[in-house]
Design a protein around this ligand. Structure first.
Ligand code: BGC
Length: 478
């Protein structure tokens, strides 16, 4: 029989993030987040000039949303906790009990419905008050993150067994502190690397605290989610291969190498390039900070599993070899690679459908980091807003087939798969213009009606049976 099935222990889930769905931005004691501030101050920078003040109203819809999950038949739900809803000014001496109550209610409702909660501590909504101290560029943020994590583990540690410290540091450090594509700080060519550095330290510190003080009580596991678009050489030439390899290190190795490699620390190709570029730019010290020996020790191996977000694949060719007078991470990477974009266009500006890239990505991780346990924490597509979303169905089906091959043919150690997203939501700078949901959200309707798309039926069938149906053969996307 040709039916492709996953092992019965393989888990299926869906994901969301606090800022993208909750709404209720200033009620019940919640503090202001950097995304509240940014979308209010710069509506023109968001594609449709909208904000997430109301979003999906999930703050008021715990039961309803858990029913959606229950209908899907998923094993787990990945959600994120809003730091300013728990600590309105970011600091642990002022805990907002209403915030604690909200997540307790959500977790309780999930457990009643036999859905495992998977919680992300930080999915980009930093308390505004901490941004004013420099946000992720101020080393003290790591201590504040530890304090916040302690509050979460004290309150939810008995019921949440799967934790992710961060979602996609690459994205929030680069967009927030390297450019102004997200709230953050100045971009002088230092801040993006400072952000990354402090995030890695904060992750390591929280993992060690979890390991030493909470693991026994909670019997939980902890990881971090990084994003890894596959980077394929544009041609088979040695130059293109070299460029692709360097790009993988710059985009994924930056955050993965210090945690998951034997060596610990930043990838060598990145270390060398940024050190050399900094020198050429006249800086006596590298723009990429150095970890102390203790920090390397603390960060190396700080995981029980690897969280992985994967959406798409890019082509790489060699970069200009030149650095500009305005230093930045982006400038460093541009010197090494040129990103080529030859995939069929979709109506997303960035997302191309390349299922085999997913398989290569998983194999690359397997080889680079000694086959770690991986939880796919996001994979999804935004092509269709309508209910009959055959392209989304085809995307999921094709990516699941690639995943199946990576696990059962190549031996990659993948524990579960998460579709992004349970429902349409506030898609950051793209506002509500890109829709990732298995459920469509009607933003015109009074109660923000959720309606299952065809993809919800498809995914629910996969989640419930653990098998891919053999009647999906249409993998064309053009
Ligand atoms: C983020 C999500 C986002 C998704 C689609 C991921 O990078 O974690 O918050 O909605 O991409 O753009």
């Amino acid at each position: 029989d040709s039916k492709l099935c996953f092992h019965s222990s393989f888990a299926f889930g869906v994901a969301t993030a606090s800022f993208q769905i909750e709404g209720a931005w200033n009620v019940s004691g919640k503090g202001e987040s950097i995304w509240d501030r940014y979308t209010h101050e710069h509506p023109e920078r968001v594609f449709d000039h909208k904000n997430a003040d109301v979003a999906d109203g999930s703050y008021y819809k715990v039961k309803e949303d858990v029913q959606l999950l229950s209908q899907l038949g998923v094993n787990f739900y990945r959600f994120s906790i809003s730091w300013p809803r728990i600590l309105p000014d970011g600091l642990s001496n002022n805990v907002n009990e209403d915030g604690i109550r909200y997540y307790k209610e959500l977790i309780e409702e999930l457990r009643k419905n036999k859905i495992t909660p998977v919680a992300t501590m930080y999915h980009w909504d930093l308390p505004q008050s901490l941004q004013e101290l420099g946000g992720w560029t101020n080393p003290i943020i790591a201590d504040y993150f530890v304090d916040y994590a302690r509050v979460l583990l004290d309150n939810f540690g008995d019921t949440v067994k799967v934790w992710l410290t961060f979602n996609e540091p690459l994205t929030f450090c680069e967009n927030g502190y390297g450019g102004d594509d997200a709230p953050g700080g100045r971009s002088s060519g230092f801040e993006d690397y400072m952000c990354g550095h402090n995030v890695l330290r904060a992750h390591g510190m929280v993992y060690r605290m979890f390991d030493q003080k909470y693991r026994k009580i909670t019997k939980g596991v902890m990881g971090i989610t990084n994003v890894f678009p596959w980077i394929e050489p544009a041609t088979t030439s040695r130059e293109d291969q070299k460029a692709a390899d360097a790009a993988r290190q710059f985009m994924f190795g930056w955050y993965a190498n210090p945690i998951f490699s034997q060596q610990g620390d930043y990838p060598q190709v990145m270390r060398k390039a940024v050190d050399a570029n900094s020198k050429r730019q006249g800086f006596p010290r590298s723009r990429l900070p150095y970890f102390t020996a203790e920090e390397v020790e603390m960060i190396r191996g700080s995981f029980d599993f690897m969280g992985l977000n994967h959406y798409t694949t890019y082509l790489a060719a060699p970069g200009s070899g030149k650095i500009s007078t305005k230093p930045s991470y982006q400038d460093d990477i541009n010197a090494i690679i040129t990103q080529k974009d030859e995939w069929p266009k979709s109506n997303s500006t960035w997302l191309r459908v390349v299922p085999w890239g997913f398989r290569r990505c998983l194999n690359w991780i397997k080889n680079a980091y000694n086959n770690p346990k991986i939880l796919i924490t996001e994979n999804g597509v935004s092509f269709e807003a309508g209910l009959h979303d055959t392209k989304r169905v085809n995307y999921i089906d094709a990516y699941l087939r690639a995943l199946h091959a990576a696990i059962y043919k190549d031996g990659c150690h993948v524990l579960g798969y998460t579709y992004w997203s349970l429902m349409d939501n506030f898609e950051w700078m793209r506002g509500y213009s890109e829709r990732f949901g298995l459920y469509q959200v009607d933003y015109e309707s009074q109660n923000l009606t959720r309606t299952p798309r065809l993809s919800a039926k498809y995914f629910s069938n996969v989640a419930k049976t653990g098998c891919l149906p053999d009647d999906y053969t249409d993998y064309t996307y053009n």
